[in-house]
Design a protein around this ligand. Structure first.
Ligand SMILES: O=P(O)(O)O[C@H]1O[C@H](CO)[C@@H](O)[C@H]1O
Length: 390
């Protein structure tokens, strides 16, 4: 992040000079922000006055009066400056740290460790399997018994879910006798989170003790043999965001998680894929199970016909806006990965005027709702199988 100059010994501000003195008297820690723009910011006549020089204590705009007749005082960059031309704002040390973490692209190991400790302590268990529920597939977490539920808002330093179909809860408990943790709601690049933040929970899982990542998603089927409602077991991916120079592992590498240059061949565990195929047969849905290649685009737009044609030429079978960065993060820290796509819509590569041929999120969620039972059964049977080997 840019612009931080933490001295850690003076206070921080809420934009009010009176509180500034109080904060220091209270012994609060201070973050000082180097002032980069000391010139007047407001050019409105009502605020700048005839001389063009704004009121130092804020913009007392005469045009905007409060009900008691006093002018509304709007804090301005000028009103936040102290005599050294440094901006002051009041924050507790905890708030300051949280603000830092929120604004950093990557999470330090210690912060991830703290989140993991919070979850392990709060749930009283160390999960072995981590599940990420795709759009509309949150019911995977409903399978969990003796569940302890953590809302993302209440987990320190955790991002929040903003997408419909992603509840924003972490559920910890047992499934088929195995300790698991499931994310009901993942983070996507298009929500504005950098990729390292989108996949940060995978590192939390690792530090909680997770050995297996189960990542699920809703995806558009590009392979013409796929039907809506089919399940594609991922055996490889094409990382389009990576092609564009974006990686969850960008930035300094912390070797406590993994190596600087991790290999990604064989990222998707073959034994688990084979087991899932067997389970599909036992469930009588073998004709709905495929093995294929997933690609993640940045979204939030669905793909153009030209993009879909290009993806198909590259060998992509299903397309979505997630999962790949989670898998990269999991492989970096040596987790075993199993992932599948529920095909929620077919991606036609023919130009058409029909609205029905366009992908839309309502359809994606509706198909996920219809097929969630089959997805749940596949996941629980696979976990039951892993349990036998533990
Ligand atoms: O990948 P998940 O989270 O399952 O969701 C998929 O569905 C949404 C689009 O409908 C996108 O977020 C896409 O990535």
């Amino acid at each position: 992040m840019t612009g931080y100059n933490s001295k850690g010994d003076v206070a921080t501000g809420n934009g009010n000079h009176k509180n500034s003195a109080k904060g220091q008297a209270n012994g609060k820690k201070t973050a000082e922000y180097a002032d980069r723009e000391s010139d007047a910011m407001c050019s409105r006549d009502c605020c700048a006055g005839k001389s063009g020089s704004p009121n130092k204590s804020g913009n007392a705009c005469a045009e905007n009066k409060q009900s008691d007749g006093n002018p509304v005082v709007v804090p301005t960059p000028q009103s936040l400056l102290n005599s050294d031309n440094r901006i002051q704002c009041y924050l507790t040390p905890e708030e300051f740290r949280a603000l830092r973490v929120m604004n950093e692209d990557t999470y330090p190991y210690e912060v991830i460790q703290e989140i993991a400790d919070f979850i392990v302590k709060g749930s009283g268990m160390r999960p072995k399997i981590g599940i990420i529920c795709g759009t509309g597939l949150g019911s995977l977490a409903d399978l969990i018994q003796d569940a302890k539920v953590f809302e993302y808002e209440k987990i320190p330093n955790f991002p929040v879910s903003t997408v419909e179909g992603h509840a924003g809860k972490l559920v910890v408990g047992t499934l088929e006798g195995v300790n698991v943790m499931a994310m009901q709601g993942r983070f996507h690049f298009y929500e504005g989170y950098p990729l390292a933040k989108c996949s940060m929970p995978v590192r939390v899982m690792k530090l909680c003790g997770v050995e297996y990542l189960f990542a699920t998603n809703a995806a558009g089927g590009i392979n013409p043999k796929f039907a809506v409602g089919d399940i594609m077991l991922m055996h490889d991916h094409v990382n389009m965001l990576g092609f564009a120079g974006n990686s969850p592992l960008q930035g300094p590498n912390d070797p406590r998680f993994g190596p600087r240059f991790p290999a990604l061949v064989n990222s998707y565990n073959r034994d688990l894929i084979n087991k899932a195929i067997e389970i599909g047969k036992a469930m009588g849905i073998e004709s709905n199970i495929h093995v294929g290649v997933y690609s993640c685009l940045g979204g939030p737009t669905y793909e153009t016909i030209a993009e879909l044609k290009a993806l198909r030429m590259m060998g992509v079978d299903a397309v979505g806006m997630s999962t790949v960065h989670e898998v990269i993060t999991a492989r970096h820290c040596d987790m075993k990965v199993f992932a599948f796509s529920l095909i929620t819509n077919k991606c036609s590569i023919e130009y058409s005027d029909k609205k029905d041929d366009e992908a839309n999120h309502e359809e994606v969620m509706a198909v996920a709702k219809i097929r969630q039972k089959a997805c749940c059964e596949l996941v629980s049977r696979l976990i039951a199988d892993i349990q036998k080997t533990m």
